[in-house]
Design a protein around this ligand. Structure first.
Ligand code: SF4
Length: 357
């Protein structure tokens, strides 16, 4: 089936998964372009749902949706000095397989190794071919024991991969087990399903999530063209079941490094009851350097939006500092210094950290 061609099973998420584009040979590009991408995909695989592929304008070589999912030579050919496979040092802060404990009051569980679309800017690209994280039943029991022991943990974040790709019975068991731990007040799920596979948000899935409230969904829209009718329906199904949906956007060169594009995105998200809460500076993950925007450009874009729209529309611009030093606000007032090539920040532990771009 050609991307964009809709059959009667279009709204069946399983059909969407089975029919993913998973080989560059199946991309609707010229033969020479596809051939050139084969070595890139050998290192960083490709996966695009027919739905997400249908959002691409294939005749536009600079299409912002294609840029997020179609492999590029830059992934292997362009590298900045500070890029690394694990930019947030998640392995260093991982006391157990599949569990990251960086901040005192929350832990991250890498619960799934599957994503409907493999985003070219993903900061866990290192795991695409060698998942570190599949929480099998043994690892899962150990992770639960760890969370039970760590009484300061009030929030558990399920990530991956995409946790909404787990079988419903497994997702339900995980959520029930977390809900049974008295000091875990909130569960958060990081998922790109509303963006790349919105038909996965079925009534059955919503029922499982509703039963695990207080539960927050944090999703990841990057461009206004991703806010489709299908995406809106998916978010609406969650919100009407009492599940708040917030969004983080990653600032990406060639995708959304434009003030009007960002403003349109944030306004559209607010209009579908999705709260834009973070705009992330792109991490220094190996294979994603061509997406990085100089920090002062991001700061200026956000400053230019103040006064043009309401505060609920505007996310906070943040940098997740390299080496697992934590998130900091990237507003000008929060930089200890800011030059053309680097900024100094003080992190939440009082440490001064250098960030370059
Ligand atoms: S959905 Fe998230 S984890 Fe999966 S490839 Fe995209 S950015 Fe990475």
């Amino acid at each position: 089936m050609n991307p964009g061609e809709r059959g009667e099973r279009w709204r069946d998420w399983r059909w969407q998964l089975v029919n993913r584009i998973s080989r560059v040979e199946h991309l609707p590009l010229h033969y020479e372009e596809r051939e050139a991408l084969i070595p890139v995909a050998a290192r960083y695989p490709v996966s695009i749902t027919p739905y997400y592929a249908s959002l691409i304008r294939w005749d536009d070589p600079a299409d912002p949706i294609a840029r997020q999912c179609v492999p590029s030579q830059d992934e292997v050919a362009f590298r900045l000095p500070d890029s690394t496979p694990d930019p947030l040092a998640e392995q260093r802060y991982s006391p157990l397989p599949g569990l990251v404990h960086r901040y005192p009051d929350r832990v991250l569980l890498l619960a799934s190794a599957v994503c409907p679309v493999l985003c070219r800017h993903c900061n866990r690209k290192r795991t695409w071919r060698r998942p570190e994280a599949l929480l099998g039943s043994k690892e899962w029991r150990r992770a639960l024991d760890y969370i039970r022991r760590e009484r300061g943990v009030r929030e558990v974040i399920l990530s991956g991969g995409d946790p909404l790709m787990l079988p419903l019975s497994r997702l339900s068991r995980i959520l029930e087990a977390l809900r049974a731990i008295p000091h875990v007040e909130v569960v958060r799920i990081g998922t790109r399903v509303p963006v790349t596979l919105p038909m996965r948000v079925t009534p059955e899935l919503c029922s499982v999530l509703e039963g695990a409230r207080p539960l927050w969904i944090n999703t990841h829209f990057n461009h206004p063209r991703e806010v489709t009718r299908e995406a809106e329906e998916a978010c609406d199904s969650l919100v009407t079941r009492g599940i708040p949906v917030s969004n983080h956007t990653v600032l990406l060169k060639g995708v959304n490094d434009d003030q009007e594009v960002l403003l349109t995105l944030f306004r559209r998200l607010q209009a579908i009851s999705v709260r834009p809460y973070y705009l992330f500076q792109c991490d220094s993950a190996l294979g994603t350097d061509h997406f990085r925007v100089p920090l002062p450009e991001g700061i200026s874009m956000m400053e230019g939006m103040w006064g043009r729209t309401g505060g609920l529309t505007l996310p906070r611009f943040v940098v997740d500092l390299p080496g697992g030093k934590g998130k900091v606000s990237a507003e000008r007032a929060h930089c200890l210094s800011l030059s053309g090539e680097e900024a100094l920040f003080m992190n939440f532990e009082g440490e001064t950290v250098r960030y370059r771009w």
